[in-house]
Design a protein around this ligand. Structure first.
Ligand code: GCB
Length: 679
């Protein structure tokens, strides 16, 4: 988990940059980025960096333009990380201040070239591109917004040489109104400075070690380490858009749904704003109205008012995949804001009508108990790293459905909105996790940041029917006593942000000495029996797993599920009898787990299983992994290993047992699932 480079450890530096570009939001933001190589304190007057805005969607009143494509790119020199700020690289096109290369957006920058320095970079990197906006937008008095799906980890965004916003944290969107900073009918320049350095105060955490022994390392040598095993890919990972809204516009929409007999109820809260006087809630004139359209776009019903409820008789409910003939049913709420002269702004909001319930043993959707058959995943593929890639999104959902899976966890950070849209539409349930992996320390600063990340995540995803649970983190050091109040506060803040879904945290420490479990609604635990403990002893899995999860339930009286288990396998390595790292070992480990899960399911409180991992994924350089975590059911290129075929039989057979579905031809012989050799 290290990358290394040389650096001169520049002293802390303060750079004041005025935010401009026509922002109406006023707030001072300071990004303090530790460790010599990235000490920049940015005084901005513009940052609204916790609300990324409604996803850019076209409508009668809105235009959306993509800024995706090849941007210009340059790394800041390791020995002079602040050079770009000192020399004001943002003030003119990057190509005028030095050499640039073409960099695809969206993509991680690490793996797109042959350059090791790019792959292993720590610190600032710079992107820019030019774009036009039509003069018509100015004539029509359109409000214009720049939106980045994410920028990992810290970013400062400039328009025409002026900082317009900044954001801490990858994986969540960044929005800035840029109306008055644009030049209409001429070339505009957007520049993004982005920094991937992780510190004990970032989420996720990381640290830089300076190696001071000059007999072993050159002067200024440092390495970055972090407490997780996936590559800390960096870059503009998600689509970048400019879009318009009218000056009075729909700023935000919040929907919740309920069911009553065969009727569906959509409750809504529409926030409107007008740029002239700054965001504010309007009373009923100008007011809101909405039409509900069914899946085919036909009109179902209408309503008036910025807050209220709509009843839909004989509603088509949102059901998970394989729990209905028509899973993932989405209505469109066409929200409009108008004044006396007519409609000003329209936004199409997808809505899935469903309820979520939970008690001490069960999780329900639409009052029906669900059993999660899923995978932990990663946003990860060759060349593009964590960059959004539509073919990959479609492939991954196709494979999930091929497996008969009904769920995944966004381990270990919020996934792209384009992925979440697919989950909504395909009926795949999501445990939506924030980037807090392996946290320790639990000080107040970290907690406040953690709460703010959860609020940001909830704000982005709260309207999504696919999201059935929030996860405030993965494998924190919850054996530290400070974890008790810390997690109680983070979980409560998450519940304040959204009380309609259960809140969890994925645990790994000993139940008797850990402090987070008592705050959670549902207990998710990662266990790697016969892999990280009792390696090679497959026969102990069933006993240990049944004991473990029974005890978690008895301790907390809450539903429990296994959120990770698995073994690494090298595709093509076969051994009989099974031996670690072979495809057979991975498959036999799964079979033993399945037997334990069958027994646990009978007890009535075991609500799901998620294998680690859907596909092999890139890790930092280490001696115990061959460049990737090999626990995938699929290779990194998404080809099934033996484990993938086995899981397909297992998940379809569970779907048949639990949801009474017909298993497709060719899924393998049911009943032989406990003997993979007969597949
Ligand atoms: C875990 C982590 C996951 C790792 C996995 C492993 O417990 O949650 O991120 O990849 O173990 O393979 O070690």
């Amino acid at each position: 988990m290290t990358a290394s480079c040389l650096n001169n450890r520049p002293a802390a530096n303060v750079q004041d940059k005025q935010c401009g570009g026509g922002n109406t939001v006023e707030m001072e933001t300071y990004i303090t980025i530790a460790i010599g190589l990235l000490t920049v304190v940015l005084g901005t007057q513009c940052a609204d960096n916790t609300w990324g805005g409604l996803y850019p969607r076209e409508s009668e009143s809105r235009e959306v333009r993509s800024l995706d494509g090849l941007w210009n790119f340059r790394l800041a020199p390791l020995e002079d990380p602040e050079k770009g700020f000192r020399e004001e690289w943002y003030a003119q096109p990057l190509r005028k201040t030095g050499a640039v290369i073409s960099m695809p957006v969206p993509s991680s920058y690490n793996d797109v070239t042959q350059d090791k320095a790019l792959r292993d970079h720590i610190g600032w990197a710079w992107y820019d591109r030019t774009f036009y906006v039509p003069t018509r937008w100015q004539e029509d008095k359109q409000r214009v917004v720049l939106r980045l799906g994410s920028a990992h980890y810290n970013s400062i965004i400039y328009l025409n040489g002026v900082a317009v916003t900044s954001h801490e944290g990858g994986h969540l969107p960044i929005m800035s109104e840029i109306t008055s900073g644009l030049v209409y009918g001429q070339e505009n320049l957007v520049t993004v400075a982005i920094n991937n350095t992780l510190t004990p105060e970032t989420i996720p955490q990381g640290s830089i070690t300076y190696h001071d022994d000059l007999t072993r390392y050159p002067p200024g040598y440092f390495t970055q380490s972090y407490n997780f095993d996936f590559t800390n890919y960096a870059g503009l990972h998600r689509p970048v858009y400019v879009y318009t809204t009218p000056r009075t516009y729909i700023e935000d929409i919040f929907v919740t749904t309920d069911i009553s007999g065969t009727d569906g109820i959509i409750s809504y809260d529409i926030i409107t704003a007008t740029t002239k006087i700054g965001p504010k809630r309007l009373n009923d004139a100008p007011g809101c109205s909405m039409k509900v359209l069914d899946k085919d776009g036909s009109h179902v019903t209408s309503a008036i008012g910025c807050q209220g409820s709509i009843m839909i008789s004989n509603a088509s409910l949102w059901w998970p995949y394989l729990m209905s003939e028509d899973p993932g049913y989405l209505y469109t709420l066409k929200v409009a804001v108008s004044d006396t002269e007519g409609i000003l702004d329209v936004y199409p909001q997808k809505v899935g009508i469903r309820t979520i319930g939970w008690n001490s043993t069960t999780l329900t959707i639409n009052n029906k108990p669900v059993y999660l058959r899923g995978c932990g995943k990663h946003e990860d593929a060759d060349i593009r790293g964590k960059g959004v890639d539509y073919p990959l999104i479609v492939k991954d959902f196709s494979l999930l459905k091929w497996l008969g899976a009904n769920s995944f966890r966004t381990s270990h950070y919020p996934y792209a909105e384009e992925i979440m849209d697919m989950a909504d539409q395909e009926g795949i349930m999501v445990v939506d996790e924030c980037p807090a992996i392996g946290l320790s320390g639990f000080g107040e600063t970290l907690m406040n940041k953690h709460i703010s990340v959860m609020e940001e995540l909830v704000h982005r995803d709260r309207n999504r029917p696919s999201v059935i649970m929030w996860s405030v983190g993965n494998e924190p050091r919850s054996d530290q006593a400070a974890a008790k109040d810390y997690f109680s506060n983070v979980v409560n803040a998450t519940k304040d942000a959204d009380g309609t879904r259960p809140v969890t945290c994925v645990l790994s420490y000993d139940k008797k000495t850990e402090f987070a479990g008592s705050s959670l609604d549902i207990i998710l635990v990662n266990r790697y029996y016969s892999w990280y403990s009792d390696t090679g002893h497959l026969e102990i899995i069933k006993l240990q797993t049944v004991t473990e999860f029974t005890e978690w339930h008895e301790l907390h009286n809450k539903p429990v599920m296994i959120s990770e288990y698995g073994a690494g396998s090298m595709p093509g390595l076969h051994t009989d009898p099974a031996f670690t790292w072979s495809e057979e070992y991975q498959a036999e480990l799964m079979l033993q787990n399945f037997e334990a899960f069958d027994e646990l399911r009978k007890k009535g409180y075991f609500i799901g299983e998620m294998i680690w991992n859907f596909a092999d994924f890139a890790t930092p350089q280490e001696y115990n992994r061959p460049g990737a975590c090999m626990k995938g059911l699929f290779t990194r290129a998404r080809q099934p290993k033996l484990a993938g075929h086995l899981m397909r039989v297992h998940y379809w057979s569970l779907a048949q047992k639990i949801d009474n579905v017909t298993v497709p031809e060719g899924v393998g012989r049911l009943g032989s699932v406990y003997n993979w050799k007969n597949l």
